[in-house]
Design a protein around this ligand. Structure first.
Ligand SMILES: CC(C)(COP(=O)(O)OP(=O)(O)OC[C@H]1O[C@@H](n2cnc3c(N)ncnc32)[C@H](O)[C@@H]1OP(=O)(O)O)[C@@H](O)C(=O)NCCC(=O)NCCS
Length: 312
């Protein structure tokens, strides 16, 4: 079977097909390899949020693979151009068309774009998924920091834990903080993505809260975004100067999510923070690794990537 690749903007009419493809491919892959298909639920409806967020944030950047004859979407690869890099994700191939090189061709198109821009490509890939890990490393990605996906079932009444020090310096961000957050991430993590923070604070597609923490002198010591949308309850992206700042930001994020189940990707190297999160009732549900086509830049502090928007 031959397939043509078509590049371009997804129309709103494609969103339902894409949500169906994302749901089918994840259920099929996780069920057949790990017996965990059920974690993605019975309905593709929550996956509508992916094309909706991505087309609002990065219009026209999606790479689609359509069947030459039927025009059905067989594969989707979202790319996200940022000041310092091109981020890639989510990538999925329809289970009926898997193993035929579709993901590789879409990824190659994304890498061509990164090369044309003169920027490294970055993504976060599951360490439980050898198919995608191998796909990316075959294409030249270099694995970097490892993250554990820590899940919390936050009680309606909130976590019964001592309030961490520094929570009193955490507040909701406003539009005036956008540039400061982007600069903070550039200084600590060597990536810049100001448009994401404008997007979160406009809060028109999805449902987002952005917290910042400042020190006594008013300098930023961290930020954390929380997706509170019913289709995606997740903490991140975020960054913090140290584990104490991260602890206060995560506590505030969990407070915001009372009565919900949520996940945060925590750097495995942050051993003290990880221990704290275990004490708070966190359970590991998966492992992810950051990958880049460039040698990972020098960073300071901690980073907390997410799946939506996947802009590592
Ligand atoms: C992961 C996924 C995108 C792969 O899509 P696909 O279209 O079947 O992949 P391709 O056919 O393009 O091939 C994958 C490549 O990885 C290689 N590969 C897969 N498993 C491998 C392994 N264990 N060791 C080495 N190489 C491996 C294949 O050989 C192939 O490379 P090649 O074309 O150079 O031979 C697909 O299984 C999927 O949609 N999964 C569910 C969604 C998901 O998990 N997405 C990734 C998270 S972002």
């Amino acid at each position: 079977m031959s397939h043509t690749l078509q590049f371009g903007r997804l129309s709103a009419a494609d969103h339902e097909a894409v949500s169906g493809l994302l749901h089918r491919s994840l259920v099929k892959w996780y069920e057949s390899r790990l017996g965990q298909g059920a974690r993605f639920g019975d309905s593709p409806a929550p996956f509508l949020l992916f094309p909706q967020v991505y087309e609002a944030l990065d219009p026209g950047e999606a790479i689609t693979a359509r069947d030459e004859e039927t025009q059905a979407i067989l594969g989707i690869c979202f790319t996200h151009e940022r000041e310092t890099h091109l981020s890639i994700g989510i990538v999925a191939t329809s289970p009926e068309a898997s193993g035929k090189g579709i993901a590789r061709q879409m990824m190659q198109a994304a890498l061509d774009k990164a090369q044309h821009l003169g920027k490294p490509a970055r993504l976060v890939s599951s360490l439980l998924n050898l198919d995608s890990f191998s796909l990316y490393t075959r294409l030249g990605f270099i694995p970097g920091p490892i993250f554990q996906d820590v899940q919390f079932n936050v009680p309606e009444t909130g976590l019964t834990i001592p309030v961490p020090e520094g929570h009193e310096r955490v507040r909701l961000a406003g539009p005036e903080d956008v540039k400061r957050i982007a600069d903070f991430e550039f200084i600590t993590q060597s990536i810049r993505r100001e448009k994401d923070f404008h997007f979160f604070l406009r809060n028109q597609v999805g449902d987002w809260r952005v917290f910042v923490q400042e020190d006594a002198a008013g300098s930023l010591t961290g930020y954390m975004v929380v997706s509170t949308h019913p289709s995606c309850c997740m903490i991140g992206p975020g960054a913090a100067t140290d584990e104490d700042a991260a602890t206060a930001l995560i506590w505030q994020s969990l407070e915001t999510l009372r009565g919900r189940t949520t996940v945060i990707l925590v750097p495995c190297l942050a051993a003290r923070l990880v221990k704290t999160l275990y004490r708070w009732g966190g359970r590991n549900v998966e492992l992810h690794v950051a990958q880049s086509t460039a040698i990972p830049p020098k960073t300071t502090g901690l980073a907390f990537p997410t799946f939506l928007p996947e802009s590592a």
